[in-house]
Design a protein around this ligand. Structure first.
Ligand code: SF4
Length: 470
């Protein structure tokens, strides 16, 4: 029913002695719920002992006050999961906890590694037996801790973690909870975001800035690509990795779809970026129409931008059900059509007899959008001119989005004209890649991953990724 792209996860970390860290982590995870709805988990430490609670489900269904009360401590990490690797069952929920000789630690991960096959072979463990990328990283840290004499000092885990990072390749924004310290780390390309925030008496790490806002933290800065920060009673210490510097490559789809519009990335407000995409699309692909209609919700700012730049009125064409839960597979066409309506129902009075510019953020598989277009025709749309806020999505993502199967990407095997025909639109135009990048980072054409749109991967990816797209 829902063929929109899925994000790999959200991570959160908190160093705040004397404060209700599990409740604050709950709030942070709540603000990151859009990044993963399959599972949620929190790990806390009181300096001596560590507790982990995690389960499948939404943050609000996994945790209640009674459960949070059992998680008492001074520092915590949390995770919301969508499984791009490993199955979605309980055993793959995060944080991953390890008790390795004289140390305990817990770890949470956003992103996808690309060298899991090599790593699991080196470890002599089948990847299926490890379960997920995050468990693999925890295993590597535990192996680093398995050699030499240990004294139970925090620095030993920090060194083991830092020694692990050059071994892993791909997308990772990681938070690690030690008994009395917190670590945040980002891969050298910075595929997935990670921010540092400051409380009056503590520090916060989070995938997106709204998660800092909800706990009253001031945004300090993004953790830089390739940077490791250690947070303890003495404050924040940046650590340098023994790795060559890389070209930054933040996922451009964070701006197109994933990230919350009230957040900032690369110093740019996401809502404003989406608006600029819509304005650019109006300049690139003008059309005579009566109304600009967004496919809710991530396309709303782009449709506003299109309306501003074109002078065509912005009109709500749909009501989105905010209470829709997990997706399900409908067994036949009629039920599939109805399932789309559960999520999105047209406002007939705003559509009937109108020439519409319909703005969508992206087209991945096109199945839901096709149903949506049918609904608009059934509601009386006279013309539908589809405008897409990103270029055709042709190549698989190996860095944290659930699009590794290229055969499911409609633009990989259909031309734009074929997609227009398949969707039943009167016209279809995608935003040019240069215009999209300019809208994201005005005046600077670098620092972004656009691999799924261009086929230009910032780092080597599995062979199966390299196929020829139309
Ligand atoms: Fe983002 Fe696409 Fe790059 Fe994946 S391939 S990280 S979705 S821009």
């Amino acid at each position: 029913m829902d063929d929109s792209p899925k994000e790999a996860c959200g991570v959160f970390g908190l160093y705040a002695p004397g404060q209700p860290v599990s409740h604050m982590t709950y709030l942070g995870l709540f603000a990151l719920q859009h990044r993963g709805q399959e599972a949620a988990g929190i790990a806390v430490s009181d300096g001596h002992k560590m507790w982990v609670d995690k389960d499948t489900g939404l943050v609000s269904t996994v945790f209640d006050d009674r459960r949070l009360q059992t998680l008492q401590g001074d520092l915590a990490i949390g995770h919301t999961r969508y499984s791009t690797t490993g199955s979605g069952d309980w055993s793959n929920c995060q944080p991953v906890y390890r008790d390795a000789r004289r140390h305990q630690f817990a770890l949470a991960h956003n992103g996808n590694l690309v060298n899991t096959a090599e790593l699991s072979a080196e470890l002599g463990m089948p990847y299926d037996g490890i379960g997920s990328d995050s468990a693999l990283v925890a295993e590597l840290v535990a192996r680093e801790l398995s050699v030499g004499e240990l004294h139970g000092e925090s620095e030993e885990v920090i060194e083991a973690f830092i020694a692990t990072l050059p071994q892993i390749s791909g997308a990772f924004s990681l938070v690690l909870l030690g008994s009395d310290f917190l670590i945040g780390a980002r891969d050298p390309q910075g595929f997935r975001p990670l921010f540092l925030g400051k409380l009056d008496d503590g520090w916060v790490l989070a995938s997106e800035t709204p998660a800092l806002d909800v706990v009253g933290a001031e945004v300090v800065r993004e953790i830089a690509p390739g940077e490791v920060v250690v947070i303890d009673e003495n404050g924040v210490h940046a650590r340098t990795l023994n790795q060559p510097a890389a070209e930054p490559a933040l996922c451009s789809f964070e701006f197109v779809y994933f990230a919350r519009p009230d957040g900032n990335l690369l110093g740019q407000n996401v809502h404003r970026v989406r608006r600029r995409m819509g304005q650019a699309l109006a300049r690139q692909a003008p059309v005579q129409a009566d109304a600009v209609v967004p496919i809710p919700e991530s396309s709303v700012p782009g449709a506003q931008g299109y309306a501003e730049a074109s002078g065509i009125p912005f009109v709500d064409g749909f009501v989105k059900n905010r209470y829709i839960g997990r997706t399900f597979i409908a067994p036949n066409q009629e039920l599939r059509s109805n399932a789309v309506r559960i999520k999105l129902n047209p406002i007939r009075e705003n559509i009937d007899g109108q020439r519409l510019v319909v703005v969508e953020d992206s087209i991945i598989r096109a199945t839901t959008l096709r149903e949506t277009m049918r609904m608009m025709r059934a509601a009386g749309a006279a013309e539908i001119h589809l405008r897409v806020l990103s270029p055709p999505y042709k190549w698989p993502c190996w860095f944290g989005m659930d699009t590794t199967d290229q055969s499911k990407l409609v633009a990989s095997h259909m031309s734009v004209e074929e997609i227009r025909d398949y969707l039943g639109a009167d016209s279809l135009v995608y935003l040019d890649i240069d215009a999209m990048v300019e809208a994201i980072t005005p005046g600077s054409q670098g620092g972004l991953c656009t691999a799924c749109l261009s086929g230009d991967y910032p780092i080597p990816v599995p062979d199966s990724a390299i196929t020829v797209a139309k």
